[in-house]
Design a protein around this ligand. Sequence first.
Ligand code: TYD
Ligand code: MG
Length: 456
Amino acid sequence: MKTKTAFICQECGYASAKWIGRCPECESWNSLVEEVHREQKTRGRASSVEVFSKPERLADVKACDELRVTTGLSELDHVLGGGIVRGSVILIGGAPGIGKSTLLLQVCTALSAKDKKVLYISAEESAQQTKMRADRLGHAGKELYIVSETNLDVIFEHIKKIAPDIIIADSVQVLYLDDISSAAGSVSQVRECAARLTMLAKNSGMAVFLVGHVTKEGSLAGPRVLEHLVDSVLYFEGESHTSFRILRAVKNRFGSTNEIGIFEMTASGLQEVVNPSQMFLTERPEHTPGSAVVATMEGSRPLLVEIQALVSPTNFGLPRRRTTGIDFNRVSLLIAVLEKRCHYALQTQDVFVNVAGGVKVVEPAVDLAAVAAIASSLKEKPIAGGDIIFGEVGLGGEVRAVSHAVQRINEAKKLGFQRIILPRNNLKLAQEALKKTTITLLGVSTVTEAMEAVFG
Ligand code: TYD
Ligand code: MG
């Protein structure tokens, strides 16, 4: 057989016959690497798949009885949409050291304690190292198997012998197949290993967790090629200097996306955070200008977070704008709205906006709170401690209605807030839904009105 080579983009898997400096698919520079292609192998495999599959009437397909297995980690179950689905493949991505192995080892111990058979493929650490860690994380059942192995063919032998219910491959980037000549971690290896494990999951009903490290740029190495292959993609996020970790579903075939789970890293592993809103507000400064609390939605859950702004005179040249946890362009737009519609002199001011606690807010519903925080810092007037602000801001300075207003209000009520400044168009429905409520609801329709409501 004549060996053919192709240049494969290590970011997205794009294949080219000759080397090029920039991938035309994902536009990353210098990411193409020459790899050996063995066409016949793939063709042979494709035909064997055809033999196995057989079209059935949808009405005749039986949904399995015990479709979901709960892991015992309530936050993870929530993110997955209610537990692990039989035969599903879940990719967990995150920066090195964020706690992926810890989380999955906790899943292993919890599941094995429920008499599930679990195989943990610890490809990066030895069995002894894993054992030491597992001992700290809880009491494992007797059906938890650990193997330190990177050759996928050998791993498949083990799987055949043990026949586990759940397989964890930590990490997929160090697994390799002998019949692919490129190095472990290259796109062809990662894609093929993941594809084989996926096929195994679909044919056998075993659930498979794949661990993937993300690169500096924030994409999983060989990432997009894996994302479409698997059923769910979860990202583990968090600042290395804080102990809070957020697990976010960016894709989920068996539940809604954008769901988050919040954990805290402790000496005995990851603990679920039961009341995240309270946690994000514990360090909130009192009577300090530039701090506003917003009720944002993370998937189906309301979450209260603090938005902080600092406005200070520009020393020289162009005013600076910096943001963390909130979109930079969105903040620039909101600053322009404040300048143009409310005549605030921000042209000569540096503006810094930060979301406390390392969370990222992406919803437009946080606009009004960001505007209020900036205005508060500029005026040197604090926002009342019992106020919650939410609403989308339009370019005309209008405040637009947002979704899930009632859930946001209920979360605020639960944490003892007294007053809510919200879009006027949300007010009527909210009042109907919350008939006799002690909380004050203030509907506003423009930013100017909102600023009057906040600062009196
Ligand atoms: P790890 O799960 O090894 O990260 P990953 O697999 O994502 O690379 O997490 C390692 C970090 O977690 C390490 O810095 C130590 C910390 N840790 C704790 O704080 N408590 C614990 O109980 C464990 C097991 C780890
Ligand atoms: Mg690890």
